[in-house]
Design a protein around this ligand. Structure first.
Ligand code: ATP
Ligand code: MG
Length: 233
């Protein structure tokens, strides 16, 4: 599904440059649930943004679902990103003046789906995340966990092959975090490939594989026995 080879990324800092990723190699098969860990500043978000085609590497190759990303022009890259990738963020990134339903439907609007189909599909995904009764509510009427559920429904609505989440439980208390991870595990059980960035060890233990970043390289990459999140709720 995902294959990266010898990936490098530096940020320009005036005269200097900061070499953040120094030769990353790894691949992810369809159906995996992977946690990317590492201390603050180790390059987790940088790597996730490159995997999500929100940023580009300076060197190295990235193949997504058999297609080398470098070969795509801007328009094709955008189409590819919409079709293959769904994003979830720590701060939810919902639009405050739109209802939960409209937040889920918005990316589908940009993809050109007609209104009736958008609404049916968005409602189905709100139901999936347990928020059918909250469809007409705006984000400021929802709890943090509910907001993240809306964001997950929004990410899923385009039926992406891969979900990418950066600190998706970072703004939530531990019980709510485990509820969100229970949902993530269920979505993964259905076969969806998911990568999460987290600095919380207990959250990482709820995935199936932990990749550790340090000083710009992967220092550890191991399959683990998944802890079911619902045990903790
Ligand atoms: P955290 O756990 O704090 O979120 P992280 O592992 O996600 O950290 P990154 O956000 O990938 O780390 O940042 C890696 C390094 O690159 C940091 O030193 C950061 O300051 C720097 N950096 C990130 N984005 C940029 C940018 N756009 N321009 C310049 N430097 C950046
Ligand atoms: Mg980060």
């Amino acid at each position: 599904m995902i294959e990266i080879k010898d990936l490098h990324k530096s940020y320009k800092m005036g005269e200097n440059s900061l070499h953040v990723l120094k030769g990353i190699n790894f691949s992810v098969e369809e159906g995996e649930l992977v946690a990317i860990m590492g201390s603050s500043g180790s390059g987790k978000s940088t790597l996730l943004n490159i995997l999500g085609m929100l940023d580009e590497a300076d060197e190295g190759s990235y193949t997504l679902d058999g297609v080398p990303i470098k070969n795509l022009n801007e328009k094709l890259a955008a189409q590819y990103r919409n079709k293959f990738l769904g994003f979830i963020f720590q701060s939810f990134n919902l639009i405050n003046y739109k209802s939960a339903l409209d937040n889920v439907a918005l990316p589908l609007y940009y993809q050109g789906m007609k209104r009736s189909e958008r609404m049916v599909r968005s409602m189905a995904y709100l139901e999936k995340v347990g928020l059918a009764d909250w469809a007409s509510h705006k984000p400021n009427e929802l709890s943090g966990g509910q907001k993240q559920r809306v964001a997950i429904a929004r990410a899923l609505a385009s039926d992406p092959k891969v979900l990418l989440a950066d600190e998706l439980t970072g703004a939530l208390d531990s019980t709510t975090s485990y509820e969100i991870m229970d949902l993530i595990q269920k979505i993964n059980d259905e076969g969806r490939t998911i990568l999460i960035v987290t600095h919380e060890e207990d959250i990482a233990q709820m995935t199936k594989r932990i990749v550790n970043l340090k000083d710009g390289v992967i220092i550890d990459d191991k399959k683990i026995n998944q802890v079911r999140a619902i045990q903790n709720v």
